[in-house]
Design a protein around this ligand. Structure first.
Ligand code: PMP
Length: 430
C-alpha cells in the first residue's frame, strides 16, 4: 500500500493509544525493524531509519528481528501456533512457568499466563479478593496503593492508577474506590523517610479490616511519572502487610527482566511479594503475553474456598508461540549477560544526559538501569517533541513533562550516543 494511502486509512479507521477518532496527527509508518532500528516506509524529517529509544514501550529488550527469537517462533509455528489451555497443556507453557518460578523470588510458585499486562493485574487482584473470600473474610476487598502509579487501562487497574494523572475524574463513581497513600518520596538513593514509612504503616493499619492487598510498582513508577523511589519502602510494605493480614502485589510488568539493574525490581530490596505481575519484555517484545505469579499460601487459600478455583481463563491463555519466544528471550537475557548490558547503558546514559541538567526548563535528570528521564517544568507538545527526536534519527515518545528513553539492552555505544543526542535535541525543542 502506498504510505500516504495507508496513513489516510489509518486516520479514518484505526484507533491508536489514547487517540481521538479520526486521528488528528499522521502516525509514522514503519515498514520493518531490525536490530535497534525502525525502517520507515517514507522518510520523516528527511530521515528514513530511526534508532529506537523506546524498546516499543519497555518490551523489545533484544531489539527487532533477533535470529534466536525469530527461530524460536518459526520452530514453534511448525508444531502449532495455538491450542486451548482448558484441559490441554504443552511444553512451551510448562517450561515457561517453571522457568519463571525459578528466576522470581522464592515463595512464588504458581503461574497464571494471560495476554496483557492489564489482564495480569486484573488476575492478581482477583487472586487476592478470592483468597480473602475463601478464608471467610469477603469484606477485605479494597486495595491500597501510593499515588503516581500506573497499572493498566481496564477498570480495576484504572482504579489503582494515580487518581489525578489517571482517568479517575473521567470515571468517578464507576471505579472501585481504593485507598491512596501519598507519593513515595523521590530518589532511588534517598533512603527511607521515616515519616513516610509511618504514613504507609498508619494507612494500612487503619484500613486493614477492608484491605485485600497493597499493590505497587516496585522501585520505578513507570507510565504514572517515571519516578524512582528507595527500595527500602518495599521492605516497609512487606512488614506492614504481614503485620496487618494484607497481601502484597508487585506489578513488575514494566520493571521485570533487568530493566532497573536487577532481574526484578523486588530484588533491589530482597523482598518477595505474595503476587507478582510480569509482561512487556516477557516475550522480548515479540508477542503479547503476561504472567501473574503467586505463593502457595495464596493458591491454597483460593483452592480451599467455596469457589475452589481461580475463576479466570482467557482464550489465548498460555499461547504456545508466545510461550516459546518467552522461553527463548529469557535464555538470551542470561546468555547475553543482561546485567552487564544494563550497567553499560546506565553509565552511558548518566554521562550523556548530564548536559541536560543545565538546559533551560529542565527540573530533573535521572537514570536507573536502562532508563533515562529528563523532566521539564512544562508539558511537551508530543508531535513537536517527537519530530525533534526524529530529526536526530531517534524514535522517542515524550509525554506530559517528560522526555525519556529505555533503549533495547543490545544498543551499542554509537546508538546510545545518538539516543542521548535525540533526548537533548528534544529538550531544546520542547
Ligand atoms: N502495569 C504496568 C506497571 C505497566 O507499565 C503497564 C503498561 N504500561 C501495564 C501494567 C499494562 O500493561 P498492558 O499495556 O500490556 O496491558
Amino acid at each position: 500500500m502506498d504510505p500516504q494511502q495507508l496513513i489516510a486509512l489509518d486516520r479514518a479507521h484505526v484507533w491508536h493509544p489514547y487517540g481521538p477518532m479520526p486521528g488528528r496527527t499522521d502516525p509514522v509508518v514503519v515498514e520493518s525493524a531490525s536490530g535497534v532500528r525502525l525502517r520507515l516506509a517514507q522518510p520523516v524529517e528527511g530521515v528514513g531509519e530511526l534508532v529506537d529509544g523506546m524498546s516499543s514501550w519497555w518490551a523489545a529488550v533484544h531489539g527487532y528481528g533477533h535470529p534466536v527469537l525469530d527461530a524460536a517462533v518459526r520452530d514453534q509455528l511448525g508444531r502449532m501456533s495455538h491450542v486451548m489451555f482448558g484441559g490441554l497443556t504443552h511444553e512451551p507453557a510448562v517450561r515457561l512457568a517453571t522457568k519463571l518460578v525459578e528466576i522470581t523470588p522464592e515463595p512464588l510458585r504458581h503461574v497464571f499466563l494471560s495476554d496483557s499486562g492489564s489482564v495480569s493485574v486484573e488476575v492478581a487482584v482477583k487472586m487476592c479478593l478470592q483468597y480473602w473470600r475463601s478464608l471467610g473474610r469477603p469484606e477485605k476487598r479494597r486495595l491500597l496503593t501510593w499515588r503516581g502509579g500506573y497499572h493498566g487501562d481496564t477498570f480495576q487497574t484504572m482504579a489503582v492508577c494515580d487518581p489525578d494523572g489517571g482517568m479517575h475524574s473521567a470515571w468517578s463513581g464507576l471505579l472501585p474506590s481504593q485507598v491512596f497513600a501519598d507519593l513515595p518520596p523521590a530518589g532511588f538513593d534517598a533512603g527511607v523517610d521515616e515519616a513516610y514509612a509511618r504514613h504507609l504503616a498508619d494507612l494500612v493499619e487503619r484500613h486493614a479490616h477492608e484491605l485485600a492487598a497493597v499493590i505497587v510498582e516496585p522501585v520505578v513508577q513507570g507510565t504514572g511519572g517515571m519516578r524512582f523511589h528507595a527500595p527500602g519502602y518495599l521492605k516497609v510494605l512487606r512488614e506492614v502487610a504481614d503485620a496487618n493480614d494484607v497481601l502484597l502485589i508487585f506489578d513488575e510488568v514494566a520493571t521485570g527482566f533487568g530493566r532497573t539493574g536487577e532481574l526484578f525490581a523486588a530484588d533491589h530490596a530482597s523482598v518477595a511479594p505474595d503476587v507478582m505481575c510480569l509482561g512487556k519484555s516477557l516475550t522480548g517484545g515479540y508477542l503479547s503475553m503476561a504472567a501473574t505469579l503467586c505463593t502457595s499460601r495464596v493458591a491454597d487459600g483460593i483452592s480451599r474456598g467455596e469457589l475452589p478455583v481461580l475463576a479466570h481463563g482467557p482464550t489465548f491463555m498460555g499461547n504456545p508461540l508466545a510461550s516459546a519466544v518467552a522461553n527463548a528471550s529469557i535464555e538470551l537475557l542470561f546468555q547475553d549477560d543482561w546485567r552487564q548490558q544494563v550497567k553499560g547503558i546506565e553509565s552511558a546514559l548518566r554521562k550523556a544526559l548530564e548536559p541536560a541538567t543545565v538546559l533551560p526548563g529542565v527540573v530533573d535528570v535521572r537514570v536507573l538501569g536502562a532508563i533515562g528521564v529528563v523532566q521539564l517544568d512544562h508539558d511537551v507538545d508530543v508531535a513537536v517533541a517527537s519530530r525533534a527526536a526524529m530529526r536526530e534519527g531517534v524514535w522517542l515518545r515524550p509525554y506530559r513533562d517528560m522526555i525519556y528513553t529505555m533503549p533495547p539492552f543490545v544498543t551499542g555505544d554509537d546508538d546510545l550516543a545518538r539516543i542521548a543526542a535525540g533526548v537533548l535535541a528534544t529538550v531544546a525543542a520542547a
